[in-house]
Write a protein that binds this ligand. Structure first.
Ligand code: PMP
Length: 354
């Protein structure tokens, strides 16, 4: 740390992204990326946009915003595109939380919420999940805080129904409820249809998972126009050109190729069922995941040991060290072949360890 670093950030612990190793080829099941390449249309449009990179990107992101709005059945002024959904989540912390209105979220959830709270000097409360890692909706009734819920939750993959989230919205009419739907396309119910009924709802989604564009950094928020206007005030006060021109073009190609995205989501869901069944046969305990990952532990081998042994065999998964989940590993659902390789590796590890 330099002597120039502002006091306000000295205690900040940044988010730790999953490894992106370059020194060796791994089967990469650690950051919930898609095993499929981006849509051909996305690739073509991005290459076309590269020819005009001497110009700034459109700060209003008009074309893609209109397309996203059309596909979701909302109006363009109810959508805001951002540089990954991390950016809109940060905007939400900046716009809707402060000393008077702290944030709250589950004790086990997306690790970035805490970092956004700390970065922006916002107090936050972590609400413990139940023993089985499910959310107790009643814990959020009358919260008097800005609520952040990942649905499905990460790293558990457990989803709440739209009706349950509607109950949380009803019980918090004076606070914003942010529903982070990064993984919604793999089997959970989206809350986008509720935005016209609840003016305290912000839904965030990403192109990083179901839409195979993690490297392009594209996300968005959907909410009533007043909330979107607030978020735009933050955007135009930080970086008006927050989404680059190639990413905007690629996003348009992806949205014009919805059938490709849906087919990939279907394959991921099938591979999830396959992997869950095979690991259950080997004795793994798992949460009921609706996401593009599963969350597993073995009763006889530690999570850390399994993580390390898989790594030795060239397979990367995500291990967390927080006490409640230190026994677990989160495994991204990949291509069928990679799932089969993973199952064989797990069999060998268990034979060696038990
Ligand atoms: N929300 C959740 C729950 C996530 O797991 C992630 C991905 N790490 C994000 C949001 C952010 O994803 P991105 O910025 O790539 O859209």
């Amino acid at each position: 740390m330099s002597s120039f670093f502002s006091d306000k950030y000295k205690a900040l612990t940044p988010y730790t992204p999953g490894e992106q190793p370059k020194e060796r080829r791994f089967i990469k099941l650690n950051t919930n990326e898609s095993p499929f390449p981006p849509s051909k249309k996305a690739q073509e449009y991005a290459a076309g946009a590269a020819e005009s990179l001497q110009l700034y990107s459109d700060p209003t992101c008009a074309k893609l915003t209109a397309k996203v709005a059309e596909v979701l059945g909302v109006s363009p002024d109810e959508v805001l595109l951002t540089n990954g959904s991390d950016e809109i989540l940060n905007f939400a912390f900046m716009a809707f939380c402060d000393e008077k209105t702290p944030a709250c979220f589950p004790d086990i959830t997306y690790g970035f919420y805490k970092v956004f709270g700390a970065l922006n000097g916002i107090p936050y409360v972590e609400i413990p999940l139940r023993e089985d890692f499910s959310i107790n909706p009643a814990d959020y009734f009358g919260a008097r805080k800005t609520i952040f819920i990942a649905n499905p939750n990460a790293p558990t993959g457990i989803a709440l129904s739209r009706d349950t989230i509607e109950e949380i919205l009803k019980q918090n009419p004076h606070n914003v409820v942010v529903v982070d739907e990064a993984y919604v396309d793999f089997g959970a119910e989206s809350c986008v249809p509720l935005i016209h009924k609840y003016h305290n709802l912000l839904v965030t989604q990403t192109f990083s998972k179901s839409r195979s564009m993690a490297g392009a950094r594209l996300g968005f928020g959907v909410a009533c126009r007043e909330l979107i206007a607030d978020l735009n005030t933050i955007k135009y006060s930080t970086n008006p050109y927050n989404v680059n021109a190639m990413t905007l073009a690629a996003g348009l190609g992806t949205m014009e190729d919805e059938a490709y995205t849906q087919k990939n989501c279907q394959t991921v869901a099938e591979n999830r069922v396959f992997l869950a069944k095979e690991l259950a046969k080997l004795g793994f305990v798992q949460t009921p995941s609706m996401a593009n990952f599963i969350f597993v532990k073995h009763p006889r081998v530690s999570g850390e040991r399994i993580y390390a042994a898989l790594r030795e065999k060239g397979i990367l998964v995500r291990h967390f060290t927080a006490p409640r989940i230190a026994q677990y590993n989160r495994i991204t659902i990949g291509a069928r072949e990679d799932m089969e390789t993973l199952v064989r590796a797990m069999q060998e590890i268990l034979e060696e360890e038990i």
